[in-house]
Design a protein around this ligand. Structure first.
Ligand SMILES: [Zn+2]
Length: 217
């Protein structure tokens, strides 16, 4: 199982630094955390007001939840695997079948790698809704994988597609926001590689300064 898939379907934990030491924080499966944002109080209370009190974040959560469900189910159906209807089970089914196809060489290596990367990208997208990272856009640069320089966000605005993202306690990443592509370059080395592929210098120092400026706000 990939790290992303494990976090999506099983309880997980993270070690966070606290004054003079560290503490282990426990979390439920990310799929459950995402679902809780879509229906804040759960269905148990029978409260009908949840839809009315949805805020912008909840709409993003709903959109992401539906995207993960749709993609997972579409592949299971494509492979003629029974859809369980429960997302965590379906994700497990997606993963298991993908690896069976890979073992029996019924799927090519490119497709296999593309699909196997989905759970990690989804886990990251969910966590970003919960703990929004700092983002700086890479203006004028096209994704070297899908060719998109611009991206239309959930508000219908056209924005720079490639962004540099800093998540707490992690290396910076450059990310393509087009969901079907979701290309990712990790750490300063990755950013340099992206710059080389795109034939442009990425000014890591300037990006760090932009990051610090945002942090100060
Ligand atoms: Zn791309």
């Amino acid at each position: 199982m990939s790290d992303g898939l494990a976090k999506l379907i099983d309880p997980w934990m993270m070690v966070v630094p606290v004054d003079g030491g560290e503490r282990t924080q426990h979390f439920p499966p990310l799929v459950d955390m995402l679902r809780a944002r879509v229906v804040p109080d759960g269905n148990q209370n029978g409260g009908g007001s949840a839809v009315n009190t949805r805020n912008v974040l909840d709409v993003k959560s709903l959109d992401l939840l539906e995207h993960i469900q749709n993609v997972t189910r579409a592949w299971l159906q494509e492979w003629r695997v029974t859809v369980a209807g429960e997302l965590k089970l379906d994700l497990r089914g997606f993963w298991d079948h993908l690896h069976t196809l890979h073992r029996t060489e019924e799927i090519d290596q490119y497709m296999y790698e593309r699909l196997a990367a989905y759970p990690d990208a989804w886990a990251t997208s969910i966590w970003d809704l919960i703990e929004p990272p700092i983002r700086v856009s890479l203006r004028g640069l096209e994704c070297t994988r899908c060719g998109n320089g611009k991206f239309t966000n959930e508000n219908g605005d056209t924005v720079d597609n490639l962004i540099v993202v800093w998540r707490d306690g992690q290396e910076p990443t450059a990310e393509c926001q087009v969901r079907e592509c979701a290309a990712i370059w990790v750490s300063d080395t990755g950013l340099e590689e992206l710059g080389n592929e795109a034939g442009l210098d990425i000014d890591i120092v300037a990006l760090r300064e932009a990051r610090l400026a945002r942090h100060a706000k």
